[in-house]
Design a protein around this ligand. Structure first.
Ligand code: FAD
Ligand code: N01
Length: 551
């Protein structure tokens, strides 16, 4: 299969259907081929890369050291690929995904330009029946949802949005040919990671840039730099140990952002005198607020760090009113996903860049020519929506997934996402989710978590085959216990503090249940738990031979 729009018709039946050709889907396909299973990947985009295919906005790059944000399952790949920067940009990561697809000849089993619209479990035939927006109907004994955690873009429900006559674009659906921003009057709505990365780049070319901010963001300098040959050599020499450290770490990271060995902080900000705190501020700037072990766990320590953070913003941003608006005051440091930037605050000192504080001056409407707030209207040539995603559950819920007895996944999850180990859902036999809610997922270097899930799923499928088992699903009691465990680990942390409103909690999506979705027990502990469950004959799962084999 190629990425041509007019692809050949699909076969009727596969061992495994995989949805999504990002890093998860690609590795899953590779592993299934190794097992000798037939697999089809269905992908909405016209090529591989997932996140790195869709998010082409100016400034897009990863915020984990690229030598770590890369596959670990092929020594040859590891040795031949040269990352040019500490944290690679979107085009480079996309090229890496394309290189992997070409090197391992993966595209021939991928149906591109095809969106899965439904996946229904046929209990009698014990298979998943999948339909697509191109009229395909295919079946697989197993289905693997590699649909991504940050792949369901959100457009805000602002009145008049459809009436706008200029160019409007979402960071997460940025066109491959780019958007002409040179000399244009540009507005950007949002100040999360995508906006923080875009703003300095857009400001370089636009005639004017107006940033519409609802919630100010804690962001830390990326300190990105080109990688030297010495960096690459040093990491290659110790790659095996580094990968092992990642797998057993809390967040899937062994190297810090500087590329040096990373150790979780141990010093406490509350144990420092006022003079020592000031000294640390002078020496480390913004980073001082991320260096102490008590800041994420103790609200008093968090408050001290917030005051230092505010001081740093005031030091960088010259206009006091803009500095005040850019300073987070309501939510604790660390309760939302950390944001990493290059010259974010500095950009607000440029004469053609301005900030609209939506807490004081909310958006009333998008008009045919621009944006109207309570205080008046501004006209723009381009509006950029950096307004985020329906995270973790969005891509799954946008597919009509039905399990045993026709139960809809959205019904099963009407009180918030529920599953066992973040991998399987009770009542949805033989359906696996990669980096789903209830797993470390977005709380980690995703590459490490993706590989762990793909390996676990592949090993499970081999086990089922070797033991003549045709149906696997979690017992409802095991699911209940896991959901309780995930909630208990998060309870009392700043992630669920009342003052925290994050996409981890689903709060950015109107009507979504407030529930902390990822598992924060740590990548290493979680891996050990998954391995132990498998070693104990898949404890908590119901394994059975189907009455009727798949047709
Ligand atoms: P994705 O890459 O999201 O791929 C899922 C694919 O499934 C997509 O191509 C999508 O088109 C397809 N799909 C979904 N639904 C359907 C359907 N119904 N039918 C057909 N196809 C479908 N993580 C990190 O660890 N470090 C980082 O630095 C980092 N940076 C990020 C930067 C951005 C801008 C974003 C948005 C996310 C970032 N992430 C980062 C998270 C990132 O999503 C993961 O690291 C990783 O790329 C996810 O891979 P995936 O294959 O699981 O999902
Ligand atoms: O999305 P976000 P993102 N009116 O949800 C605002 C990964 N990622 O695409 O906070 C006005 O963080 C919203 O405001 P508020 C990473 O995991 C990584 O930026 O809800 N504003 C917020 O400011 C990240 O966390 C990188 O008040 C509205 C913004 O839009 C995740 O993807 C880079 C609004 C959305 O921020 C998502 O990041 C990019 C409205 N109606 C992404 N609706 C790296 O650097 C929403 N907003 C690795």
């Amino acid at each position: 299969m190629t990425n041509a729009a007019d692809r050949a018709p699909l076969s009727n039946s596969y061992d495994v259907l995989i949805v999504g050709a990002g890093f998860a889907g690609l590795y899953q396909l590779y592993r299934l081929r190794q097992l000798g299973m037939t697999a089809l990947v269905v992908e909405a985009g016209d090529d591989v890369g997932g996140t790195w295919y869709w998010n082409r906005y100016p400034g897009a790059r990863c915020d984990v050291t690229s030598l770590e944000y890369s596959y670990s399952w092929s020594k040859e790949l590891e040795n031949e690929w040269e990352w040019s920067e500490l944290m690679a940009s979107q085009p480079e990561i996309e090229r890496y995904a394309q290189h992997v697809a070409t090197k391992f000849d993966l595209r021939r089993d991928i149906a591109f330009n095809t969106r899965v619209t439904s996946a229904h479990y046929d209990e009698a035939a014990n298979c998943w029946r999948v339909t697509t927006d191109r009229g395909d109907a295919v079946q697989g004994r197993y289905a693997v949802m590699a649909t991504g955690c940050l792949s369901a873009p959100m457009l805000p429900n602002i009145p008049g949005i459809e009436s706008y006559q200029g160019v409007s674009v979402q960071t997460s659906l940025w066109p491959r040919d780019g958007v002409d921003l040179a000399g244009k009057r540009v507005a950007i709505i949002g100040t999360g990671s995508s906006a923080v990365q875009s703003i300095p780049e857009v400001a370089k070319v636009a005639a004017s840039l107006t940033v519409y901010q609802r919630t100010p963001t804690y962001t830390w300098p990326a300190n990105n730099r080109p990688l030297t040959e010495e960096d690459q050599r040093r990491v290659r020499e110790t790659y095996d140990q580094l990968r092992e450290q990642e797998r057993n770490s809390i967040a899937g990271i062994a190297l810090g952002l500087g590329g040096a060995l990373f150790a979780p902080p141990t010093a406490k900000i509350l144990e420092l005198s006022e003079d020592e705190r000031r000294e640390a501020l002078e020496k480390h700037g913004f980073s001082v607020t991320r260096m102490f072990a008590d800041v994420p766990t103790n609200m008093e320590a968090n408050g001290v760090a917030r005051a230092l953070y505010g001081e740093m913003v005031r030091r960088v941003v010259r206009d006091p009113e803009t500095a005040a608006a850019l300073t987070p005051s309501e939510h604790p440091i660390g309760c939302k996903r950390a944001v990493i930037d290059t010259n974010y605050f500095e950009t607000f000192n440029l004469p053609h860049v301005s900030l609209v504080d939506l807490r004081k001056d909310p958006i009333a409407a998008i008009t045919p020519s621009g944006i109207q707030t309570a205080s008046g209207s501004r006209e723009f040539d381009v509006i950029i929506y950096a307004t985020g995603f329906d995270a973790m559950t969005g891509a799954l819920n946008r597919i009509d997934i039905r399990g045993r007895g026709g139960e809809k996944l959205t019904e099963h999850w009407s009180g918030g996402p529920r599953n066992y180990l973040g991998l399987m859902v009770a009542g949805f036999p033989n359906l696996f989710t990669i980096t789903g809610p209830g797993s470390p997922s977005v709380m980690s270097n995703m590459m490490v978590s993706i590989e762990q899930h793909v390996d676990w799923i592949s090993d499970s499928l081999a086990y089922l085959r070797d033991h003549g088992i045709e149906r696997m699903e979690p017992a409802i009691e095991a699911e209940d216990r896991w959901v309780d465990h995930v909630n208990n680990v998060a309870s009392g942390t700043m992630y669920v503090a009342e003052s925290c409103h994050s996409w981890y909690l689903g709060e950015n999506v109107p009507g979504k249940i407030r529930q902390f979705m990822p598992y924060i027990g740590g990548v290493g502990r979680y891996r050990a738990k998954c391995d132990e469950i498998a070693a104990n004959g898949y404890e908590g799962f119901i394994l059975e031979k189907a009455a009727v084999p798949a047709g």
